[in-house]
Design a protein around this ligand. Structure first.
Ligand code: GRF
Length: 197
């Protein structure tokens, strides 16, 4: 049995925290082979940060725009002995320094079935608006490996859901986020099973 992942969740300045909450709960209940040992946020006071603290997960605040962002991020990850990075609402490209140090060990979750509806500018309600405008009858979420480009890494898993004719971006977003909260833990389990013993 190989070691559990030591996970860092990287959030964004909106930091709502649905995926973060789900991952921490799954880890704390022993339902995934992982411990969430760190949350990194560019901003204090977000819902994600408050939730992480209330669940006793250490939080480090690192503003994206800091001149030493890449080095500080790397140092923090090493200090906390992180072996898997999970992006959740992270709103910028991850520095190459970090990507190179964590090959196949950085995941992201996207609220659509990639490669459709991905790339720069495709985040939040923009995604669901585009899905509805395109007349899609199916959407969902994708957990994928992170590369130096937005939303381009190989998928680890995808969960589909229907798009109903009367859906609004908000109703679709709600269906997809509920799916995301199941998909991310499942992807971590899959990654753990797939890796060499
Ligand atoms: C999710 O919809 C995810 O797909 C995207 O950012 C959002 C984060 O939401 N990458 P939350 O902070 O997990 O609620």
């Amino acid at each position: 049995m190989s070691a559990r992942f030591s996970v860092a969740i990287l959030t964004g300045s909106k930091g709502r925290g649905s995926n973060l909450t789900s991952l921490i709960h799954h880890a704390q209940r022993g339902e995934i082979p992982a411990d969430v040992n760190l949350v990194i946020s560019p901003k204090n006071g977000t819902q994600a940060v408050e939730t992480a603290r209330s669940l006793n997960v250490p939080v480090v605040i690192l503003p994206y725009k800091s001149e030493t962002y890449a080095e500080d991020l790397m140092e923090t990850l090493v200090e906390h002995k992180i072996t898997l990075i999970c992006l959740a609402g992270y709103m910028t490209l991850l520095p190459t320094l970090v990507l190179d140090a964590f090959p196949n060990r950085v995941l992201n979750i996207h609220p659509a079935l990639l490669p459709k509806f991905g790339g720069k500018g495709m985040y939040g309600s923009h995604v669901h608006e585009a899905v509805i405008a395109a007349g899609e009858t199916e959407s969902g979420c994708t957990v994928h490996f992170v590369t130096e480009h937005y939303d381009e890494g190989a998928p680890v898993l995808q969960y589909p859901c229907p798009v109903w004719p009367d859906d609004t971006p908000a109703s679709l977003a709600q269906r997809v986020i509920e799916l995301e909260m199941k998909a991310y833990p499942a992807a971590i389990k899959k990654l753990h099973e797939d890796r060499a013993p």
